[in-house]
Design a protein around this ligand. Structure first.
Ligand code: ATP
Ligand code: MG
Length: 430
């Protein structure tokens, strides 16, 4: 016997019982993004490998060991996108979106990283990414954070914690790096293997270690905030003040870092303690150097990405499971003439009631079998057509979720009756 095929490790199916919650979350996100003037951009899942090497940087976990990279049939090296910012910047440069204009963009979709699969960490996962280009001031950093806070409110999520830091400018970081490296070298025996490697390749990322045995070393490290000069300090203060004005609380976390030179100033994360080790739901910040690094004109930029699997897990954890859009009506058609008339009636009702969810019985069957299917579909009403109803010009309307008799309703008034009983609007202008 051959072994059944399975999904690739770390790549999950999102099943029909789960998609209503995803769709609800995505609808909320779309509405919030529209409310701030962000436009959707749809980007390829595959990009040239070079794009990620040049943007994410060669000394990151992603490029060192997480990318799905392969040669296509022409021998070009392609990579399944591990994140969306690089592709978004590539598209912006390619289409001239950044010339003398502000762009507020968002995208959504699957990302791919070859990591060890565990709760909240998958090899295919989904993000909503949001990027603002052409704005240098702290106001847009604040806007991005307020947008995320509004999204959490709109989803009914109350206890995400906002962590904030400033990475300063590349020059400020260079001075900090020297002091940090000196500090870490004195304690090299207390670093784990990753820590020692990062000390050589990308020392700021030592601060990002999740190893509890290194917590002391990390906690005692000098703080980047002490190395900020006047402009960066003013930028950071403006962000903090505006968040306070908006009534948002936050924690300044000087260990919140990104290792690469194109980052600047503001970085933030939204974290929760409810999801175990994978507690960061959203991560973002300012990356003023990236557009230029990828060949565009210097363009300030800031953005963030939300990990949707983690957001969904949090929603589920808080009991936000969403009723799937159960059908309002299941049309039971008994006999060939009723089946034919039923298809017509179903289309007429969908015309008359645009919000109606109507499932037509397909595949025939007797009344018992069809009512059983209606019940299993979760429909609120069965609409019954048989020879008698056809002769009278009526349809039987029977409640399935509450007790009640089957009413014989003239098909001419059926839209009005269904609209009233289901609370769905009737189409106008037909
Ligand atoms: P982590 O430290 O958890 O590995 P990261 O710094 O690699 O996260 P980013 O590249 O900043 O993550 O991606 C933004 C968000 O995308 C993360 O905060 C997280 O919510 C989500 N995310 C990242 N990698 C994965 C993954 N493998 N599976 C599920 N979600 C992920
Ligand atoms: Mg990671």
């Amino acid at each position: 016997m051959s072994k059944n095929l399975q999904a690739v490790r770390g790549m999950r199916d999102i099943l029909p019982e789960q998609t209503p919650l995803w769709q609800w979350m995505e609808d909320r996100a779309r509405a919030v993004l529209a409310g701030y003037g962000y436009s959707e951009i749809r980007l390829p899942v595959l990009e040239m490998t070079e794009l990620f090497e040049r943007s994410i940087g060669e000394v990151t976990d992603i490029v060192e060991k997480e990318m799905y990279t392969f040669a296509d049939r022409n021998g070009d090296s392609l990579t399944l996108r591990p994140e969306g910012t690089a592709g978004c910047v590539r598209a912006g440069i390619e289409h001239g979106l950044f010339y003398n204009q502000v762009q507020r963009l968002w995208y959504q979709g699957p990302m791919f990283r070859h990591e060890r699969p565990q709760k909240g960490r998958y090899r295919q996962f989904h993000q909503i990414g949001v990027e603002a280009f052409g704005l240098v001031g702290p106001d847009v950093d604040v806007e991005l954070i307020l947008l995320t806070a509004r999204l959490w409110r709109s989803l009914g999520l109350a206890d995400l914690e906002l962590q904030l830091n400033s990475l300063g400018t590349p020059a400020e970081r260079t001075r900090y790096r020297e002091v940090l490296v000196a500090y870490l070298r004195e304690r090299v025996d207390r670093l784990d293997e990753d820590g020692r490697r990062r000390l050589e390749t990308n020392p700021l990322r030592v601060l990002d270690s999740k190893n509890p045995e290194m917590a002391d070393v990390v906690a005692g490290a000098p703080s980047l905030l002490d190395f900020l000069e006047a402009d960066s300090r003013a930028h950071f203060t403006a962000v903090c003040d505006a968040l306070a004005d908006a009534g948002l609380s936050y924690t300044v976390n000087p260990r919140l870092v990104r290792g690469l030179d194109y980052y600047a100033r503001t970085v933030f994360e939204w974290v929760t303690t409810r999801l175990g080790a994978q507690g960061t739901v959203c991560a973002g910040g300012r990356y003023d150097g990236l557009v230029e690094q990828l060949g565009g004109r210097p363009t300030p930029a800031a953005g963030f990405a939300i990990g949707l699997e983690r957001l969904v897990a949090l929603l589920e954890e808080q009991g936000a499971a969403h009723g799937h859009g159960a059908p309002h009506v299941y049309l039971v058609a008994l006999g060939a003439p009723a089946e034919r008339a039923g298809l017509r009636l179903a289309e007429q009702l969908r015309d008359a009631l645009p919000g109606l969810r109507l499932v037509m019985n397909c595949g025939g069957g007797g009344p018992k079998a069809q009512f059983k299917r209606a019940d299993r579909a979760g429909a609120r009403y069965a609409l019954v057509l048989g020879d008698g109803e056809l002769a009278r010009g009526t349809a039987g309307l029977k409640p399935l979720r509450e007790t009640g008799e089957q009413d014989d309703v003239a098909t001419a008034v059926l839209p009005a009756v269904l609209a009233a009983r289901l609370g769905v609007p009737q189409a106008t202008g037909i």
